[in-house]
Design a protein. Structure first.
Length: 238
């Protein structure tokens, strides 16, 4: 069966609408790309962040404009946390106590199902340097309440959101964890991400977390995957 240009056009339009696009400009309204990695912000529907709030806890919040430049205003770990304070308000959540470790936990409202194209956890942590700040890697994570995993298991790079000279410009450590390399499998559900401060021995271990999310394919990749599936289905029918 011959596929006409009109058929392809309708198929792409349908796929775009399915991806949650803004009909006016074709841009997916729930997708954001940070440093080449794409996230569907719908994954945070019903999500929350809990954190250590005991008497000797030194968990703190601060307002940063990184989230506005990166397109995740309202979705930072500090903003999702209860009892936030500070300016902007509470985009950044800092874990300061090392001897009795401070912690935070991202709780998904709806479990995230891992797929062949959505299998990376990315954590952004504020850095005051234009390179990967080793102090910002002094933490462990636990997924779904499992074993502790060192931040060293991630691929770390530096990322700058380009906030401008407003006194709030900050670089970030971008840490990419591959779920499959950590023992998870296709179809597994992710319900929580726990992050705990550790003592690095330097006396200044105070990682400052902004954003954590699971990546999905970029919008162009989604369109190509969808069109390939539509063409394959039409060929089978023919």
């Amino acid at each position: 069966m011959k596929i006409t240009h009109a058929t392809i056009y309708v198929s792409i339009a349908s796929l775009t609408a399915f991806a949650g696009a803004d009909v006016a400009n074709g841009a997916p309204v729930s997708l954001v790309t940070i440093n080449g990695l794409t996230y569907d912000l719908d994954q945070f529907d019903g999500a929350s962040v809990t954190y250590r709030a005991d008497v000797d806890s030194t968990v703190s919040f601060d307002g940063k404009r990184w989230d506005q430049a990166a397109g995740v205003d309202g979705y930072t770990l500090g903003e999702l946390a209860a009892g936030q304070y500070g300016s902007d308000p509470g985009d950044q959540i800092s874990l300061n106590n090392r001897t009795t470790p401070d912690w935070l936990q991202l709780n998904y409202g709806t479990p995230f199902t891992l797929s062949s194209t959505a299998n990376q956890l990315v954590i952004h942590e504020i850095s005051s340097y234009t390179y990967v700040d080793p102090e910002g890697l002094s933490f462990n994570i636990s997924i779904n309440g499992g074993a502790m995993i060192s931040a060293s298991a991630a691929t770390a790079t530096n990322y700058n959101a380009g906030l401008g000279p407003d006194g709030q410009a900050e670089d970030a450590n971008q840490l990419v964890f591959d779920f499959f390399s950590l023992g998870f499998s296709l179809g597994d559900s992710i319900t929580s991400i726990y992050i705990e401060n550790i003592d690095s021995g330097s006396g200044t271990s105070d990682p400052d977390f902004i954003f954590a999310g699971i990546t999905i394919p970029a919008p162009s990749s989604l369109a190509l995957l969808g069109m390939g599936s539509l063409i394959a289905n039409r060929r089978r029918r023919a």
